[in-house]
Ligand binder design. Sequence first.
Ligand code: SF4
Length: 447
Amino acid sequence: MSNTLDYYKLLPKTNCGECGLPTCLAFAIRLAQKNAKAAACPHLTEELKTQLNNATLPLVREVVIRSDEGEIHIGGETVFYRHEKKFYNQTIICLAISDLDSQETIDKKIQMKSIERLAEKLSTNMIALFNDSKEREPFVQLVQYIQKKVTTPICLLSEEPEYLEEAINLICDSRVIIGFGKKENIQKVLHLAIKYQVAVVLSSKEGIKGLAYLEAIAKEKGVSDLILDCTGKNAIETLQIQILLRWKAVYEKNRTFGYPIISFPFYFSPEDFSKEILLAGLLTIKYSSIVVVSDNDLNQLVPLLVLRENIFTDPQKPIQVNAGLYTFGNVDKNSPVFLTTNFSLTYFTVSNDIESSGCPSYLLVIDTEGTSVLTAFAADKISAEKITEALVSVNLRKKVDHRTIIIPGFLSPLSSEIEDASSWKVLVGPTDSAEISLFLKKFWEVN
Ligand code: SF4
């Protein structure tokens, strides 16, 4: 089912409104957008509900991994290109640790580092433990050590189901993914997935045919939280397979291939972390839900973390910060009060320029649905009334002795309306916040 009419044909067409929408057509539109559940219509048979529910499931299955840090969702994607709608669940950047790594390397790797960008904390968010030694003891020891040290989800990768089971029992919670079972061990690995309710990585060196074979076995066993590992002979082949999998899932609606994908870029760039990161970026774009990297050198990881952030930003939704009152430096009763909108880029530009001025200041941020100052003004998303309400809601009268607010230059046409509505004096500031420092020297000190 791909369009609204396909859904509409199955609905009762009585427009009773009990689903919360005025008409069956409106409900069908929501179903087609995957923004409604069939259960909301009480007049559907169970059979129809199942049919509609299956049709509204994302084309790439969503797998949920739980940890102390909360739930991580992977997959759940519905489109081939981001501009068709959006990508839903961020790729997990996962750090590889081998049971052959030295203690020093392990300790260095698990020192979690992060950067802050546009009020978001960016970092790796999973650990993958490799049983490269192929022996029980080093793997179990590694799992024992790591599970106490980190709270992120852990991906356990061993060819031996017995080692995997021992490791799952050591971690003892649901933040686990297991994988790398050999073809001949697949039944045992799937048995573990059912017993411990964990997601499984299906690995095949035989391309998509091999994956289809393994998926059929998993489906027969009733295991549906699957992650596909389609590592090819080289980086290009791996990328091609990943693109093909998404194509089949989205355009052919072939659920055999509609699962999150895991990739290991370091297989193709040993000893060259910059190249690995470049490849990790490509695999993040198309279409890995988990990318396993071999090091946590933050300087090199930053481009990958930022790329991931950008790809998974909803292009239909402006990035916004919370509306409210922000302070910069040791503000007092004489500090200037600036005003801006809650579009992230505007907020961070203005706040940087305020900080650079060195003058302790307040910044009142108005909710304009994430639009910039000029757009908010043109689209009527900012008004004297809204600004007055914001001044009252943050109780600014108690915070400063003066009654002057500095508005962005683009809002100058609103200045007298703001003065009338709020009884605050308006100073029209610069149109470019880079001039805040100069503006303060010229107008605030003499104000
Ligand atoms: Fe149509 Fe069902 Fe909604 Fe009534 S509850 S309007 S029948 S979709």
